[in-house]
Ligand binder design. Sequence first.
Ligand SMILES: Cc1cc2nc3c(=O)[nH]c(=O)nc-3n(C[C@H](O)[C@H](O)[C@H](O)COP(=O)(O)OP(=O)(O)OC[C@H]3O[C@@H](n4cnc5c(N)ncnc54)[C@H](O)[C@@H]3O)c2cc1C
Length: 253
Amino acid sequence: MLKFKTYLCPDTIEEALEHNKGRANVVLGGTGWLKMGDRSWNTAIDLKHLGLDQIEETDDAFRVGAMVTLRQLEIHPGLDTYTCGAMRESVRHIVGVQFRNCATVGGTLWGRYGFSDVLTCLMVLSADVVLAKGGAVPLTEFAAMKPDDDILTHLVIRKIPLRMAYASFRNTETDLPTLTAAVASVPGGLRAAIGARPARAERVEAEGETALLSAVSNLSYGSNTRGGGDYRRHLAGVLTRRCLEQLRGGEYE
Ligand SMILES: Cc1cc2nc3c(=O)[nH]c(=O)nc-3n(C[C@H](O)[C@H](O)[C@H](O)COP(=O)(O)OP(=O)(O)OC[C@H]3O[C@@H](n4cnc5c(N)ncnc54)[C@H](O)[C@@H]3O)c2cc1C
């Protein structure tokens, strides 16, 4: 259960930062993950008055506020077209629509969850997160950083020319994924991100398909209750090949 003594809705990001000091205070996203824990906090900081719940699309980028929900990501027509349906595919297995109407981009990225479908999908894009104190940081760098007392305000996806595909494998529908894979064809080559290894998504790049598959195979894969390391390595090859097929406009193998 999530418990706190004081509930604040700051009107400015400066005020939010001022209160987000020390380990006793917590920023609230959609609270889907926080509610799974059993902890008492001093102050809970709700960002809902900061206007961070919109996806703004320009000619060059998508600017996604931290309080945008996974459901908003799923049904945004511009994101759907730009990601060739991959964004929608990456979130549609997450629990259910009611949950996706609550879970936020901020809480999802801040958690840097190893199993994250969304992080895997975003890793092959050219994306930055914007931190209130730290400014813009490439997502690939942010994913490796340790959480601190900053606040994530936006995700910015730069519109580079790209085709992409996303695939995940689950033992049962709506379970956490056993493996996640995203592949993008970008100017100069291919990118793949593999997550739920069960470690956090990692990106590899290569000029051609054979080299990409080899780089995917060389990532580290571990075991947990959802699958063994060797099984995950095999799945990573299968899902990457499926994504490559999709990029070529073909059917799955
Ligand atoms: C039962 C369950 C099943 C799930 N299954 C999947 C799945 O299959 N695939 C998948 O990809 N994900 C899955 N998730 C994760 C989910 O999609 C969200 O990523 C997760 O709930 C966090 O989002 P939230 O908005 O609920 O964050 P919260 O629970 O509100 O916050 C999570 C953390 O982020 C911090 N935080 C929130 N917003 C900010 C911000 N703007 N700046 C700084 N810190 C912030 C909070 O303080 C907290 O530490 C699952 C979660 C649950 C609870």
